[in-house]
Design a protein. Structure first.
Length: 237
């Protein structure tokens, strides 16, 4: 039997019972516990280490821009393979947090009048608690670049090649098939496009778009984007 690569060892781990879902209106996000993620990595690769990148004379664990807000960065190294990740500090509505509170307008559907109405909301200023929480989420996403829980970010419910036993219900199988279908149809978001632009040069992106017969990056599906990221991870080994 062919020996599994670092990536495939981590990619096949089922992390579902260590995740939690948080809803904000029609949007539901899935989060993987950073303690579990780091524990699984260390069990397989005891020499693995991570670094929280720090900036400026005061060695702050973030960069800040008045227009865009805070961004944190991590770096993970596993047996000579290294990946970096970045993540903005956001509130529960996924709005960028800054050093001062600010307001924004959004539309909300009024079921009584059956019309959309404009409402004003406020984003609170970021605290060190928000920054610390984001750093650990960034670490979890960083570990996903090595395979652990990567399927969560691509919209699947189970990792590839996981065994389906006799106790697996038809409902679970139907849910998995539905998730795979969605993955083939849903286009990537702006944040995912930015990740690809950071990891690949223009020629690499152009070549991949030609391969999947897509005219531009914004027309890639989640499945196609995930395949591109996996290719990069395998080449780095």
């Amino acid at each position: 039997m062919e020996e599994l690569t670092h990536f495939n060892k981590l990619f096949q781990i089922n992390c579902n019972d260590k995740t939690e879902k948080k809803s904000n209106g029609s949007v539901e996000l899935t989060y993987l516990s950073w303690t579990y993620a780091w524990g699984e990595v260390k069990k397989l690769f005891p020499s693995a280490n991570y670094e929280i990148l720090k900036f400026g004379e005061n060695k702050l664990p973030y960069v800040y821009d008045e227009k865009t807000g805070y961004m944190v960065f991590t770096r993970v190294e596993i047996e000579g393979i290294e990946h970096e990740m970045w993540l903005p500090v956001m509130d529960s509505a996924n709005k960028a947090m800054k050093d001062k509170p600010y307001k924004y307008s959004t539309k909300k559907y009024n079921y009584r009048t059956k019309e959309y109405e404009v409402i004003e909301k406020e984003v609170q200023s970021a605290t060190m608690f928000d920054i610390n929480k984001t750093i650990m989420r960034c670490l979890t996403k960083n570990l996903a670049m090595f395979g652990l829980g990567l399927y969560i970010y691509s919209g699947e419910d189970l990792p590839e090649n996981i065994d389906i036993n006799e106790n697996t219900s038809q409902e679970d199988l139907t849910k998995k098939e539905s998730s795979k279908k969605n993955e083939k149809e849903i286009l990537i978001q702006d944040s995912q496009k930015e990740i690809i632009k950071k990891k690949f040069d223009k020629e690499e992106i152009k070549a991949y778009l030609q391969k999947v017969n897509k005219p531009k990056l914004s027309e890639l599906t989640i499945q196609e984007a995930s395949a591109l990221i996996v290719t990069k991870a395998e080449v780095s080994k």
